[in-house]
Design a protein around this ligand. Sequence first.
Ligand SMILES: [Zn+2]
Ligand SMILES: [Zn+2]
Length: 112
Amino acid sequence: MPVPLPLEIKKTAPHEITVWWDDGHTSVFTTKYLRSECACAGCVSEITGKRILDPASVPDDITVLNAEHVGRYGVKFVFSDYHDDGIYTWTRLREICPCDECSRASSEKAKT
Ligand SMILES: [Zn+2]
Ligand SMILES: [Zn+2]
């Protein structure tokens, strides 16, 4: 399956980022969730692949100050805690989509 590409990425509420995909799917992320899913070297150990960042340490009122495209493959969010090291590739952004449909699909994948 081809990787879906985002048509638009927009801040739709103070703590919400919405992504519209070219296959008709829509992903709504809370900024706190996006921040806790950051996969940069400071948030995830490069050696063990384990998450160093404690999601509980992410402030509830964290927001996204800016979103910058990274080449043609992803986006970088600048969070209000000035953390901007994480690159969210389109594939990953779609993988972490928190909607019912996607979380069901990924939990089924984990079972097999
Ligand atoms: Zn990070
Ligand atoms: Zn989804």
